[in-house]
Design a protein around this ligand. Structure first.
Ligand code: BMA
Length: 342
């Protein structure tokens, strides 16, 4: 392997399919699982669709936090487990969040979860109501007790992901300040906290770009992946059309010590809606990444993304191929390359 995952672990059972025949020189090296979508409609009673969801390895299998759109239209997050990270069993009840005193602490709604393991503690992060949409956060060590933490930010904020380890002694979070609606703007920012309660040292990481596929707004996707080239970030980029937004998947590599500095940023999308399950659904033309599994031995990456706000899908790549593609197609503007302290 040309590049390596730092602090990566072996995951021999990672979902995988080889690159399909017919790939041409220069094609984008991110290919869809042929059995997509892996989670179909009406997955559990009372939930019409699961999409935009996060998975991690756990014990001898996988667990995840899933965005379930209830049949009353209100989103919430559900726990799921799997032996192979493809076939999932879901709890039929919502995740029973509690506060630090063990009292129920259920937000009015919850969506677009991410999940990260920091030193054996798992943190779920999602968007929820706090007199306006903002970020919610909970920790668990056993996936039975989920203890809510303070909301890191004021409304309005969405698309938060945490780095899988501390930097400069602090927890590090990416987020996307937004508005109360469908937000016609949005850049990715970084914030740090010594204790997961007080957040500061806010930095601008990267903005929407002149390339049309990400010219309206961007938002972090999967938790950043630590590699020998820097933090590999899969994110979403949005364009506007006469028929509404189109969500594609992009890739960037952030500086390992100062991740508000962008080292490489792919000027092309890595995946854009093309298949029926991406183009057709509750919200058409959405590919929304929320998680990635990696295998340190082979460099394999399985990227999980919500499709058309209706399904969960998977795409595959390898570390070497995706990093080389991002570097070969990188355009980093001065605003992205600086540490983002204005
Ligand atoms: C965003 C979020 C996502 C959704 C996307 C496309 O604002 O609400 O959950 O996938 O819009 O509808």
């Amino acid at each position: 392997m040309k590049y390596s995952f730092l602090n990566g672990t072996s995951l021999p059972g990672i979902p995988w399919q080889d690159k399909p025949a017919g790939f041409r020189e220069g094609d984008i090296p991110l290919w869809r699982y042929t059995e997509n979508p892996i989670i179909k409609r009406n997955p559990i009673p009372g939930v019409a669709r699961i999409f935009n969801s996060a998975v991690v390895p756990y014990e001898d299998g996988y667990v995840g936090v899933f965005r379930g759109e209830q049949t009353n239209g209100i989103p919430f997050v559900y726990f799921g487990r799997s032996k192979d990270a493809i076939h999932w069993d879901f709890d039929q009840d919502k995740i029973p969040f509690v506060d630090e005193n063990g009292e129920p602490a259920i937000p009015a709604y919850a969506y677009d979860p991410r999940l990260v393991n920091i030193d054996g503690v798992y943190y779920a992060i999602w968007c929820q109501d706090a007199c306006g949409a903002t970020i919610g956060m909970a920790r668990t060590t056993d996936f039975k007790t989920w203890t809510r933490l303070e909301n890191p930010f004021l409304p309005f904020n969405r698309n938060s992901v945490m780095f899988p380890r501390k930097l400069h002694g602090n927890y590090v979070l990416l987020s996307r300040p937004s508005d109360s609606g469908h937000t016609p703007f949005g850049d990715i920012f970084l914030s740090e906290s010594p204790d997961l309660t007080y957040w500061g040292r806010h930095r601008h990481v990267m903005g929407k770009a002149p390339e049309w596929w990400e010219s309206v707004k961007i938002g972090a996707g999967a938790a950043p992946i630590e590699t020998s080239e820097g933090w590999l970030l899969f994110y979403h980029g949005v364009t506007g059309t006469c028929n509404g937004f189109v969500y594609s998947i992009g890739g960037a590599i952030l500086d390992i010590d100062e991740p508000s500095r962008v080292k490489y940023r792919c000027s092309t999308f890595l995946l854009t809606p093309e298949e029926w399950y991406e183009e057709r659904g509750f919200v058409p033309n959405v590919c929304f990444p929320c998680a990635a599994l990696t295998d340190a031995d082979t460099g394999r990456i399985a990227l999980y993304y919500g499709s058309a706000d209706s399904y969960v899908s998977v795409a595959f790549t390898t570390l070497d191929e995706i990093v080389d593609y991002i570097k070969d197609h990188s355009v980093v503007r001065p605003d992205d390359a600086e540490i983002g302290k204005h």
